[in-house]
Design a protein around this ligand. Structure first.
Ligand code: GRF
Length: 203
């Protein structure tokens, strides 16, 4: 399976995907790492791994449409089959997500539909949540609102700060994302209409 991983920053989920591939736990190859931020740390990871990487800096384009056209050009040139958003911090338009419908997934650090958007760990604590976690979903035009594929839960502990809670969620993300990508690679995961189809999985 030919993966494109879209990042804006640190790239720890990218690293988890690469580690899973390297360990033989994920039958896929990263054919392109695409960042909208020049200097994203994840680009260094990509370079160290000898991967093809590109920066499409949204600030260099007059509007969202032109930015997304540049993304599409790079993604199609790489013949990416599945687009994996991993800390990609730009909202994608309905045109873009329709173009890649069923081939575009995201990981979000909350138990969606709770806490879509930013600052999820602080908001979960402020709301008195006893559990938190991460969700992988197909991307649609509704930000953090596409059909859910899988979630991983962690407990909120007494004395948690946004920082300690994030540090508990992140390793869970790193387990979940390669697993879900592996289901897709195995042909077990698809988006049918607005419904996620998971075939032959022990759920
Ligand atoms: C992760 O928490 C992910 O869920 C969110 O952005 C963060 C990206 O982290 N969408 P990294 O760049 O993968 O380290």
């Amino acid at each position: 399976l030919r993966l494109a991983v879209l990042i804006s920053g640190r790239g720890s989920n990218l690293k988890a995907i690469l580690d899973a591939i390297g360990a033989g736990r994920l039958a896929a190859q990263v054919v392109l790492v695409l960042s909208n931020r020049p200097g994203a740390a994840g680009l260094d990871l990509a370079a160290a791994a000898g991967l093809s990487a590109a920066t499409v800096d949204h600030r260099q384009y007059p509007d969202r449409h032109a930015f997304e056209q540049a993304l599409v050009t790079a993604l199609d040139a790489a013949q990416a089959e599945l687009l994996v958003l991993a800390g990609f911090m730009r909202v994608l338009t309905a045109d873009f997500v329709h173009h890649y419908r069923g081939r575009l997934i995201n990981i979000h650090p909350s138990l969606l539909p709770a806490f879509a958007g930013l600052d999820t760990h602080a908001r979960a604590l402020a709301a008195g949540a006893t559990e938190h976690g991460a969700s992988v979903h197909f991307v649609t035009a509704a930000v953090d609102g596409g059909p859910l594929i899988a979630q991983i839960r962690v407990p909120v502990q007494a004395g948690d700060t946004p920082h300690t809670l994030a540090a508990r969620v992140l390793p869970a993300e790193h387990r979940l994302y390669p697993l879900v990508i592996g289901w897709y690679a195995a042909g077990r995961l698809a988006l049918g209409g607005d419904t996620v189809r998971l075939d032959g999985l022990p759920l």
